[in-house]
Write a protein that binds this ligand. Structure first.
Ligand code: ZN
Ligand code: MN
Length: 184
């Protein structure tokens, strides 16, 4: 007679009703922890993306304004303009965007001799005139003065790489009004 005694499995952890609930709650807890963590990450990512989109939209708006104006605006003028679309934008952000556009070659910074810096969305080489009457800056339709580099190099032992030319005079409007007034 082969009598096999029943195998005794040692009960390491008795699954009572209470313990089962404890396990279930722990699993739910862990799931919620990771879920909220990924939600938190997603919210952060979304906020970061939204900020990036907002910033690139602001920069695009500054770039478009520069490309569509003949004003050669100062940073303050750009700020006044862009604030119509982005009322919360700061002057610092406008400066940062202008610097970025200049660094990327998407805008030109003009030194107009009076200490003011102006910005130009027309990046192809061209010359400017500053009106002594109204202070506005105008594009001049003229052929490039590249030969003055050769002239400069002729009398200089170093190397000439470029030149800066700024014309002074009176714009058509100021010329007209100064002609109307008697000469003093
Ligand atoms: Zn003028
Ligand atoms: Mn220009």
């Amino acid at each position: 007679d082969t009598h096999n005694p029943p195998i005794k499995i040692p009960k390491l952890y008795e699954l009572t009703n209470r313990n089962i609930w404890h396990i279930i709650i722990t699993v739910i807890d862990i799931t919620i922890f990771f879920a909220t963590d990924s939600i938190r990450i997603n919210v952060l990512e979304t906020e970061k993306n939204m900020a990036a989109v907002k910033h690139s939209k602001q920069r695009q708006s500054i770039k478009e304004y520069l490309m569509n104006t003949k004003e050669h605006p100062t940073a303050d003028m750009v700020y006044t303009q862009v604030r119509k679309f982005y009322p919360n934008i700061s002057l610092g952000t406008v400066y940062r965007n202008l610097n970025f556009l200049v660094d990327q070659g998407e805008a030109i910074r003009l030194n107009c001799g009076d200490g003011s810096e102006r910005y130009d969305g027309t990046t192809s080489p061209h010359y400017h005139l500053v009106c002594s009457g109204c202070g506005r800056v105008f594009d001049l339709k003229m052929s490039p003065l590249d030969h003055i580099n050769t002239l400069a190099a002729a009398g200089f032992d170093g190397t000439i790489e470029g030149h800066t030319v700024l014309f002074h005079g009176h714009c058509p409007e100021c010329s007209k009004s100064s002609k109307l007034q008697p000469e003093s």
